[in-house]
Structures are given as C-alpha cells and as structure tokens.
Design a protein around this ligand. Structure first.
Ligand SMILES: C[S@@+](CC[C@H](N)C(=O)[O-])C[C@H]1O[C@@H](n2cnc3c(N)ncnc32)[C@H](O)[C@@H]1O
Length: 229
C-alpha cells in the first residue's frame, strides 16, 4: 500500500524521524478503515506529524499529537500549518494524552527497535533520525508495553487504537496485552521491507538475541488494531 497522504515535508529536519514505510502503512490503515472522519484522534509519538496531518486531512474533528522531542514538536507544527490543518501538538510523553482522553482513535508509531547492549549510534547514518525515535530497550517494548496497558485510559467506548511495529518487538505480546484488557485485537496490515540503517546495524545482534531469523534480510512490520468494548 502507498499512502495518498504525504502532504508533509519529508526531508529529514535535523533530529526528526523522516516518514518511512511504518509511517505510511499506519496512515494507509487509518484512511482505508475510514476511522478518521468526525473522530477525536490522538497521535502518540508524532515525529514530523505525518500521521496527525493525515488524520486531519482525512476529516478528523480534532487531532492532538504528542512527542518528547522539541525539534519534532516544532516540525510537526510547521507541517500542520503548511498543510492548512489544525493539529494541537503537545511537547511531552505520549502518556500526557491520558490528560486529554478519551479519544475515538489513537494512532502510534512508537520507538520499537530492540536496543543492543553496546551503544551503536555512531554506526547508524544521521538521516535515519534520532536514536530516541527507534531505541526501545532490549526487547523493543519499552514504550509498547505501557502504551498497550494505557489503551483503556486513552480510548472512549468503542474507540480504536492502531499501533505499528516490527516483528522483532513481539507482535504476539502486543495482541495479548490488548486482549487482556478486554479489547478485540488483531493484525490488520503487514509489509515486508528491506532493512533500514538501524536494522542493518543491529541484524547480527538481533539474530544472536533470537529476535530475528538467521539469514533474514527483510523486516516484517505490522499494524495492530485494537477495538475497545
Ligand atoms: C518512529 S518515530 C515516529 C514518527 C511519526 N509518527 C511517523 O510515523 O513518522 C517515533 C517518535 O516517538 C518519539 N518519542 C520517543 N519516545 C517518546 C515518548 N516517551 N513519548 C512521546 N514521544 C516519544 C520520538 O521523538 C519520535 O519522534
């Protein structure tokens, strides 16, 4: 799938994650599912704001976006303004969204790449974006676990969460965590993509850690959809 909603400056602003396959897969699912029109939407780790802007362009009634990185916040605000849409971009943890809840739709492309014990930042090209955009602890779940746990606090009755992440960060755990809270959860989209610079740098360690099949040269990214009762 390719996103029709790329009305955002995709050149990497210094220190901001440039929209990539995961960003576009998430947007495609959001738009194809028809979830945005009239909805209150939260974009939890907004980066450039590409997903938040797409939600607004797809007819969301309100969009709130969150990021801990000041450069991302400034870039997302510029992109929303250039696209002529209203997005309230808040600086701070994704968890701040709980203050503004409940939402009809929550979207997230959080950091999800498992992090090697040795700091490898210098071996990763700068245009991959800042390490806080991908590093997510040894199992890749540093943000995913608390985000899944917070889903009922974020969503209105009947609301929907869409989260994109890699198979390396344990899709079954995401599904189990969301189902354990009484939500319906399933993988609704997936894509095999060539390794980007971060996966390339970490492939050997990920394989040794048992997080990647030996010899694997493609990464499967998925979108998990969870619906609140
Ligand atoms: C993979 S990027 C996704 C950016 C954008 N949503 C996209 O799809 O292109 C993850 C973003 O999460 C932000 N981030 C990292 N930790 C965060 C946290 N605890 N709370 C909010 N944002 C966070 C990073 O600064 C980065 O902009």
């Amino acid at each position: 799938m390719t996103s029709a909603y790329t009305d955002v400056d995709t050149t990497a602003a210094a220190g901001v994650y440039p929209p990539q396959e995961d960003s576009h897969l998430l947007i495609d699912v959001l738009v194809a599912a028809g979830l945005a029109p009239g909805a209150r939407v939260a974009d939890l780790c907004t980066g450039s704001g590409v997903v938040a802007v797409a939600a607004a362009q797809a007819g969301a009634a309100e969009v709130a976006a969150f990021d801990i990185c000041p450069q991302a916040v400034a870039h997302a605000r510029r992109n929303a303004s250039a696209a002529g849409v209203d997005v309230a971009v808040h600086r701070g943890s994704w968890a701040r969204a709980i203050e503004f809840a409940p939402f009809d739709v929550v979207v997230a492309n959080p950091p999800y790449v498992p992090q090697a014990p040795v700091d490898d930042t210098d071996s990763i090209p700068r245009d991959a974006g800042p390490s806080q955009a991908w590093n997510a602890g040894a199992d890749g779940r540093m943000i995913l676990d608390p985000m899944c746990a917070a889903a009922p606090l974020l969503l209105d009755e009947g609301g929907t969460m869409l989260v994109v992440h890699s198979e390396c960060s344990d899709v079954h755990r995401t599904l189990a965590a969301l189902r354990a809270q009484g939500m319906r959860a399933e993988v609704v989209a997936q894509q095999l993509i060539p390794f980007g610079p971060v996966m390339t740098a970490r492939a050997e360690w990920l394989t040794r850690a048992g997080l990647l099949e030996p010899g694997c040269e493609l990464e499967r990214i998925v979108v998990v959809r969870a619906d609140a009762p």
